[in-house]
Ligand binder design. Structure first.
Ligand code: AMP
Length: 428
């Protein structure tokens, strides 16, 4: 067949041989999220693009360069104006929008929410960087929930999940950006230190110097990285309260013996972060080295029109977790309990009914509708990885029996049709 279409650049098909691995990751994560009291929230894959611009910041790379717009529609209430929709580039903005829209703050003191699903960014694809990728993310939000323990809990939760998913050798980088006021002081300080270096920066960073200096610290350009390498930052810009907060976060992590590195140059690329920020990196990932990242954002809910509510969260990138995991870790396909082999058309009628009955009783069961020699059908049964094969030939059909073959031991015996379910249940 002509290969007329292929998956869009930067997207991946997850084929049946790989889905068990994804399901296993998701199941493990859900179990752990449950241990910490998180509940799943499912929001739309697209939102008004303004929501992302307002939350991530107009000057963020995501909003400036990576938004995937899906439609521009007339507003029903005002046909002269339009509503612009974009695929979600991350989960936090949508979760906060839903939190406000459904007044969750009135229903619980702290809302612990998680999501698992695809995110979309129109980035230039490369290793570890896709246009459609999957995140597991959490957001813990509620009035007066700015508590160092919650920050530490969110960090340990992300590590708990990562450890369960399997990758080894990741590094936790931690920093505090302080309050909004502290952040402004930090921005001034970085600007001052880079004032004489502007000519050495890439064109993007020259703009970032004027609009959002933090982003220079994240730039992947070699020249900019050299400039940033020579930049020395410390925590003197933090107010005494912010210092105390950060010390408590570190103490809570120390008490749990969590290893981390304090990296004063770690500033997350999105506007909404204040106080604690963290990133989990892995050397195997190359330039896109973050497995996951997160932090505190105490002003986003109110900035999007909600109440003054504190929040902290993180997101892990699942494709990157898989990149790190050794190729040798293979998840076996879910086992099939029963495969039915029918010798001729009449036997197939019986096999079809029997398969239906077994499935109704909760057994995984399959059969092949294209009749062939017994040998070729047994080959199929073998390939299906079935624990038991039921063979219905002319003799079995006439005597209302089936031949039951235990694929592990190779033993075969005749069983009456009326007893087969009971026998299978005893042996499975
Ligand atoms: P961010 O929302 O940018 O903080 O990203 C959180 C995590 O999502 C990162 O640490 C990555 O693991 C993953 N991620 C972000 N962008 C991409 C992308 N374009 N392709 C694959 N994974 C990504």
């Amino acid at each position: 067949m002509n290969k007329e279409f292929s998956a869009p650049r930067g997207t991946l098909d997850i084929l049946p041989k790989d889905t068990p691995r994804w399901q296993e990751m998701e199941q493990k994560a859900r179990k752990i999220l449950n241990l910490y009291g998180y509940k799943e929230i499912r929001t739309p894959f697209y939102e008004e693009s303004d929501l992302f611009a307002r939350s991530l910041g107009q000057t963020s790379d995501v909003v400036q360069k990576q938004m995937l717009y899906v439609a521009s529609l007339h507003k029903e209430e005002d046909l002269n104006s339009r509503i612009h929709l974009a695929l979600r580039p991350e989960g936090t903005a949508s979760v906060v929008r839903a939190y406000i829209e459904h007044s969750l703050h009135k229903q619980e003191l702290v809302s612990k929410l998680y999501y698992i699903g695809p995110m979309f960014r129109g980035e230039r694809p490369q290793k570890g960087r896709l246009r459609q990728f999957h995140q597991i993310g959490v957001e813990a939000m509620g009035p007066n929930t700015s508590d160092p323990y919650l920050d530490a809990e969110v960090i340990t939760l992300s590590l708990h999940i990562l450890n369960a998913l399997g990758p080894k050798g990741f590094v936790v980088k931690l920093n505090s950006m302080g309050s909004m006021e502290d952040k402004e002081n930090l921005a001034k300080c970085i600007k001052e230190k880079l004032r004489t270096k502007q000519a050495e920066l890439c064109e993007d960073c020259k703009q970032r110097y004027l609009r959002n200096v933090f982003r220079i610290l994240d730039c992947k350009n070699k020249e900019c990285q050299t400039v940033v390498d020579h930049l020395s930052l410390d925590h003197s810009f933090l107010s005494p309260q912010s210092q105390i907060y950060f010390t408590k976060v570190k103490k809570a992590l120390d008490d749990l013996k969590v290893n981390y590195q304090v990296v004063p140059k770690l500033v997350r690329g999105l506007d909404y972060y204040t106080h604690t920020v963290f990133e989990i990196t892995h050397a195997l990932l190359g330039s896109q080295d973050a497995l996951g990242a997160g932090g505190r954002y105490n002003h986003l809910v109110s900035e999007l029109g909600g109440p003054q509510v504190d929040a902290v969260g993180f997101a892990l990138g699942l494709e990157r977790v898989l990149l790190v995991l050794s190729e040798t870790i293979k998840v076996a396909l879910p086992p099939l309990e029963v495969f039915i082999v029918a010798q001729d058309q009449e036997c197939l009628e019986r096999a079809f009914t029997l398969a239906y009955q077994l499935r109704q009783k909760g057994l995984t069961c399959d059969l092949n509708y294209q009749l062939g020699s017994l040998k070729s059908q047994m080959r199929l049964a073998n390939k299906s990885n079935a624990q038991f094969v039921l063979i219905i030939g002319e003799a079995e059909r006439k005597t209302d029996q089936v031949a039951l073959k235990d694929m592990a031991s190779g033993q075969q015996e005749q069983i009456g049709l009326d007893r087969i379910l009971q026998v299978l249940k005893e042996r499975l």
